[in-house]
Design a binder for this molecule. Structure first.
Ligand code: FES
Length: 149
């Protein structure tokens, strides 16, 4: 059961720098910071909505774009690239029906790229909510992704 954004924000109400911690907590829960949560944060932390939005978009690890339950990332650094990351990425785009940077209509998957995750012994590598999946191939993509409900 998902926590609601009001409760999450309220937890950080009296903390110094609480707005950033609240955003992190929101992103852990929802994978992004919903617009209505930005408005709530502005109210709770006593700043304008523009300021609250500014904080949310300043840090590259925070996202205000709607993202899926599962964030799938393709490693695009050289070793994975040489091992066929392009083909794997294409297979994921075909399977999910979206392009890099997009989220499926059902809100389940977001497709992104990432740098080397330090698992070059098992290229190509994808990550699912930051957990690496090793030795991926385009043929294995339907089986791998269908396991996520
Ligand atoms: S280059 Fe992909 S995991 Fe290192």
């Amino acid at each position: 059961m998902m926590a609601n954004y009001q409760d999450i924000i309220a937890n950080y109400k009296d903390k110094k720098g609480g707005i950033i911690e609240a955003y992190h907590a929101l992103q852990r829960e929802f994978n992004y910071i919903p617009q209505k949560a930005v408005a709530e944060a502005a109210r709770v932390f006593g700043v304008s909505e523009a300021q609250a939005y500014g904080v949310a978009t300043f840090y590259s690890y925070l996202s205000v774009e709607k993202r899926g339950k599962y964030i799938i990332r393709m490693c695009e650094s050289a070793p994975c690239h040489v091992a066929g990351a392009d083909k794997v990425l294409k297979a994921m785009e075909d399977y999910l029906g979206i392009k890099v940077g997009e989220t499926t209509a059902d809100g389940k998957f977001t497709l992104e790229l990432c740098e080397c995750v330090g698992q070059c012994q098992a290229t190509p590598v994808i990550t699912v909510n930051s957990q690496p999946v090793f030795n991926v191939s385009s043929e294995k993509i339907p089986e791998i992704l269908s396991a996520y409900k």
